[in-house]
Ligand binder design. Structure first.
Ligand SMILES: NC(=O)c1ccc[n+]([C@@H]2O[C@H](COP(=O)([O-])OP(=O)(O)OC[C@H]3O[C@@H](n4cnc5c(N)ncnc54)[C@H](O)[C@@H]3O)[C@@H](O)[C@H]2O)c1
Length: 457
């Protein structure tokens, strides 16, 4: 197989390497002779551990003439990509498959720019392409299904897992994860600190990196760009950028590369700051009744009142209604397996119920009395987005699960989480937030409402 790769930034170099390692004859090209030579030298240097043979071409047309597949990984600007696609078309290789590694541009629009939309497909590799196993294959509205199938087979031949996705803004991973970033940033604006939020997400959800640490790593400029794309394309206020993101970008505190974003990297390490907030359980003979309540109905409130009349009771819930209805002397936690969020909110008059975490023998982090608390707020919003993606036909539930597991290292896919937790619980969580915040961003997907109804029957 003959592959041409245009653009020798980190993505193009990595993509060229994986194809060469898999035995393809690879030719690379960048903007001009000098950048091509420089990028090629860097690629060879990076592959020193497992040397590869990669040729260079003097122009896009030269690279394309004999190729079966042309992968473009040049700068993320449509006008620049359009010019490249026009040059590519002029090379006259009618059998060529053109794959774009774009993160945010429309494959359909690129197909039109190329002049033969049936031959244009998205092959969205993750960074770094040599390590990340996921490739999102994006079918434009006019992409030939045979071309989509070829792209899928080529990705598999590289040892990657391909997931299929319609030509929809942010594709799968970056779309389904949006609520993690939005909600964690909103939590900062509502009084929680970045290390507390990240510590809860890692402890309760088992994510390797908290969302704010991850935002700093990716860079807030990139995040703001994809939020603006999502907001513009969907026209739905739930994708609107969080004002705090813009403030940080304007101040130049754009993340780890800038030395400062949600964390100050000159001060210390995010992991150490998070670890300081985690309270380990202590031996205690405390006598405490822990009452699980998914919602905060009149019946739930009456039960908790009755229990607290005869002893210490701690409610295990993330429903925001408890901020108002927790009986005096009662505590409030949310237990996730071996970890608990403990509500500690002097403004709301709620003392931290560490006795419950001790009785259960679980580590904990203090959180504010906000609807959904932290982990359920993020997870229920993420599941809702995943259900929306399935509902609108952008991707299948199976591919969404695979994409989040492989692209984000999540321990469970969002639709698997929904199956385990149940649609009624996720719906109750979302409605609790809709009610508590009065913000339509929590409006549940109709497919979720229907699933909850179905599971009740
Ligand atoms: N960086 C990521 O994490 C990531 C992840 C997935 C997808 N992507 C996408 O992959 C593409 C490349 O990303 P990157 O981070 O490697 O980009 P980059 O901006 O670091 O590198 C782009 C390269 O393209 C070259 N280039 C510019 N115009 C060109 C032209 N007309 N012909 C040939 N080469 C040209 C530049 O000289 C540069 O070497 C973008 O579309 C981006 O959205 C990036």
């Amino acid at each position: 197989m003959r592959v041409a790769v245009a653009g020798l930034g980190p993505m193009g170099r990595g993509i060229a390497r994986v194809f060469a390692q898999a035995g393809a004859a690879v030719v690379v090209v960048d903007a001009d002779e000098e950048t091509t030579a420089r990028g090629h030298a860097r690629l060879i240097e990076e592959a020193a551990g497992a040397p590869v043979e990669v040729a260079t071409a003097g122009s896009v047309a030269d690279a394309a003439r004999e190729a079966d597949l042309f992968v473009e990984a040049i700068v993320e600007r449509f006008e620049v990509k359009r010019t490249l696609l026009e040059q590519l078309r002029a090379a006259g290789n009618e059998k060529l498959v053109v794959a774009s590694n774009t993160s945010s541009l429309s494959i359909g629009e690129m197909g039109t720019a190329y002049g033969d939309p049936a031959r244009v497909v998205g092959m969205h590799f993750f960074n770094p392409p040599t390590k990340m196993r996921l490739v999102e294959i994006i079918r434009g509205p006019r992409t030939d299904p045979a071309v989509v199938e070829l792209a899928r087979q080529w990705a598999s031949a590289l040892g990657k897992t391909a997931v299929l996705c319609a030509d929809s803004p942010n594709f799968i991973v970056n779309r389904v994860c949006r609520p993690l970033y939005y909600e964690s940033q909103l939590l900062v604006t509502q009084g929680m600190t970045p290390p507390a939020i990240d510590a809860v997400v890692r402890g309760a959800l088992g994510h390797r990196m908290g969302p704010l640490e991850l935002l700093d790593f990716t860079g807030l400029v990139t995040h703001l760009g994809s939020s603006e794309t999502a907001f513009r394309e969907f026209g739905d206020p739930r994708y609107r950028p969080i004002p705090l993101t813009r403030q940080l970008v304007r101040a130049g505190t754009t993340g780890r590369a800038a030395g400062r974003g949600y964390y100050d990297y000159s001060e210390g390490k995010p992991r150490e700051e998070q670890a300081r907030l985690v309270r380990e359980p202590r031996e205690s003979g405390a006598d405490v009744v822990i009452h699980r309540a998914v919602g905060c109905t009149d019946e739930d409130i009456a039960t908790v009142r009755e229990l607290s009349a005869s002893g210490r009771v701690v409610v295990d819930s993330s429903h925001g209604g408890w901020a108002e209805h927790l009986p005096p002397g009662a505590g409030w936690v949310r237990v996730h397996g071996g970890f608990a969020e403990v509500v500690d909110d002097p403004v709301a008059g709620i003392e931290p119920a560490y006795d419950a975490a001790d009785a259960l023998g679980v580590a904990s982090v203090p959180v504010l009395a906000l609807p959904g608390l932290v982990a359920d707020r993020l997870m229920h919003s993420l599941v809702n987005e995943a259900v929306t993606v399935v509902e609108e036909g952008t991707a299948t539930a199976e591919d969404v699960n695979l994409a989040l597991r492989l692209g984000m290292n999540h321990p469970v896919g969002p639709l698997e989480y929904l199956d385990e937790t149940g649609a009624v619980e996720v719906l109750t969580g979302l409605r609790g937030m809709l009610d508590g915040f009065g913000d339509p961003r929590y409006r549940p997907a109709q497919l979720l409402v229907r699933r909850a109804a179905g599971s009740r029957r």
